[in-house]
Design a protein. Structure first.
Length: 276
């Protein structure tokens, strides 16, 4: 029966995809069918349909490879797991209704077909959830690594002055990376002043402040000064409320003011040049 159903789907694939797309477009919560081009929608829909069919007749290895490739793709497209489940449900509904319409499914064999559909869809749901979870975890981990690498680099902005922009939550693992990059950068760029820019840090609690203080102490040990910039009003209020001691720090509210102070420490200043 699996091969017969697979043959039916293949013979009526265009109509099945068209009906399936209509059902998916009716879901107002899903952006994929609203923002993607029709070519991308058609190509992805066909791949999804082929994945659904492959579970009926392909070997386990081929099916798992196809499942992995498709799941990687929809994760990149931003499909939620609930949307994937809806896609499976709608596809199954379309196939079932069309089999009813052409008289294949009747009252006398309905129970057999329900069992067949259950045996077809249940392993697929389980497989997609498992593969989706693994793919999403891997994607999040790669994004985390990329964020760590991008947000923990020391950037020279003037001779003897460097800036390290910090973005995202600072945990113990990131603090270690920040410390390593900070010390290596100070030596490499021969920085005399380092500005730690926390504009992109959403929360500064006791642990985050501890990591920042450790980084500043390490900078001083290699002969450079450290300044904390980008302190927003809400962050300043949190620091005061928690009783965090930053008295050994020079702090400013913006990076611009920090750069001006750093230039003053290195006996320079920004001047306006009048045009003749």
């Amino acid at each position: 029966m699996n091969k017969d159903m697979a043959s039916f789907i293949q013979d009526n694939l265009e109509e099945i995809i068209a009906r399936w797309q209509e059902l998916m477009k009716e879901d107002s919560e899903e952006r994929f069918f609203k923002i993607m081009s029709q070519d991308v929608i058609d190509k992805t829909s066909r791949e999804f349909a082929e994945l659904m069919i492959s579970n009926l007749y392909e070997g386990e290895t081929n099916y798992e490879n196809r499942l992995k490739d498709f799941t990687n793709k929809v994760v990149r497209f931003g499909w939620s797991i609930s949307f994937v489940m809806k896609a499976i449900t709608h596809f199954t509904t379309v196939v079932y209704n069309m089999l009813e319409e052409n008289g294949t499914i009747r009252e006398d064999n309905m129970k057999v077909y329900v069992m067949t559909f259950t045996a077809w869809i249940t392993p697929m749901r389980d497989g997609i959830v498992e593969t989706y979870a693994k793919t999403w975890e891997r994607t999040v981990q790669l994004q985390k690594i990329a964020l760590q690498e991008l947000s923990a680099s020391l950037i020279p902005v003037f001779d003897k002055i460097s800036v390290m922009p910090l973005v995202g939550t600072i945990d113990t693992e990131r603090a270690k990376l920040i410390m390593e990059n900070l010390l290596e950068g100070v030596v490499k760029h021969r920085a005399e002043v380092v500005l730690l820019d926390i504009t992109g840090v959403p929360v500064v609690d006791t642990m985050v402040a501890h990591h920042i203080i450790q980084a500043a102490d390490a900078v001083r040990l290699v002969g450079a000064k450290c300044m904390l910039v980008g302190i927003r009003p809400e962050i300043a209020q949190t620091i005061v409320t928690l009783g965090i001691n930053l008295k050994d720090f020079t702090t400013t509210s913006t990076l611009q003011r920090g750069v001006e102070q750093a230039l003053a420490w290195t006996n320079r200043q920004i001047v306006e040049v009048e045009e003749d």
